[in-house]
Design a binder for this molecule. Structure first.
Ligand SMILES: [Ca+2]
Length: 315
């Protein structure tokens, strides 16, 4: 009888021990789980759970450092963002991008060709100085440069849209104001210095051909050469809407030929090109509203490009 009672007590005691052990084990698991969650929080994985503000997007690859992103967001006209190639960018009010203050230089493009091993058909000409804007670049060449630069820096570089370029050039009839020809030394066009067949009579500037970037004054947005030196590729296809803008800016004048108008109507044939060039000799060619049309594979001596940088703090 005594043995039986001892046996029952032992059984009850074992059950108690097992129950307590399970509770302890469950508590231990809970503590371990809490520890794992705490570790994850400390590494920033579930930052929203921690109630922390998400960091700003850092470009397509997200590899730009926080200090670089901050420098882009804080850039001003008198304190441009300077990238790894020395290209300078300033914000343009009314857009979400920073514009390159210069057209892309020969040195910038040569760095791309060298580092990326890019096959560039430069037209077989003698390579000019590195601080001149690069010409003989197709739309594809310009877009490839922007893509390479984006991957290199972890930021989002691209060609400007037609609307962005339109905001950046300003509301005056020309980038320098409303008169044509421009004031002396306002822009690099085809004056009497050019030696070209067509030139602005009684007017001259300081460069027979292409000028180094920044040789002429900036416009109100802080951008150089928006009316001359090289005309510039934009990202957009040239459609009927763009053509209407072009005609309206020129009060119905400067119509393209019938074949070109037909191609524009069919769509996806030409890309938009903006601004004047060192060969421009009449007002419409250098006016703020002028929109030339070129096939994306074309390149020539009077067309280059300017990059914009999407502000990663304003997405
Ligand atoms: Ca000139």
């Amino acid at each position: 009888m005594i043995v039986s009672q001892r046996s029952k007590s032992a059984t009850i005691w074992r059950r108690i021990v097992r129950t307590v052990g399970r509770v302890r084990a469950e508590r231990a698991c809970f503590r371990l789980g809490s520890l794992v969650v705490a570790c994850l929080l400390s590494t920033g994985v579930p930052s929203r759970v921690a109630g922390q503000q998400s960091p700003p997007a850092a470009g397509p690859l997200g590899t730009a450092s926080p200090s670089t992103i901050r420098a882009v967001g804080e850039a001003k006209r008198d304190k441009p963002f300077v990238n790894s190639l020395g290209m300078k960018f300033v914000p343009v009010s009314g857009t979400r991008v920073l514009f390159g203050i210069w057209e892309t230089r020969v040195a910038d493009f040569q760095a791309f060709v060298r580092e990326a091993g890019y096959a560039w058909n430069s037209g077989g000409k003698r390579m000019p100085a590195g601080d001149q804007p690069v010409n003989f670049v197709s739309w594809q060449d310009a877009a490839a440069f922007c893509k390479w630069l984006s991957q290199k820096e972890g930021l989002d570089y691209r060609l400007p849209s037609d609307k962005e370029w339109d905001v950046a050039v300003g509301r005056d009839r020309y980038p320098w104001g409303n008169e044509f020809p421009p004031p002396p030394a306002a822009e690099n066009l085809s004056g009497q210095e050019s030696g070209l067949q067509h030139f602005i009579k009684g007017w001259r500037d300081n460069h027979r051909g292409i000028a180094p970037v920044g040789s002429y004054p900036a416009n109100k947005s802080g951008l150089h050469d928006m009316g001359g030196n090289l005309q510039e590729w934009c990202d957009d296809w040239y459609d009927n809407g763009v053509y209407r803008e072009h005609l309206a800016a020129n009060k119905g004048g400067d119509r393209f030929g019938e074949d070109r108008e037909k191609a524009i109507k069919s769509g996806n044939v030409f890309r938009v090109v903006r601004g004047g060039a060192w060969t421009s000799c009449i007002g419409p060619q250098a006016s703020s509203g002028h929109r030339d049309a070129m096939k994306p594979g074309e390149s020539n001596q009077f067309t280059g490009f300017r990059c914009v940088l999407v502000d990663p703090t304003r997405r």
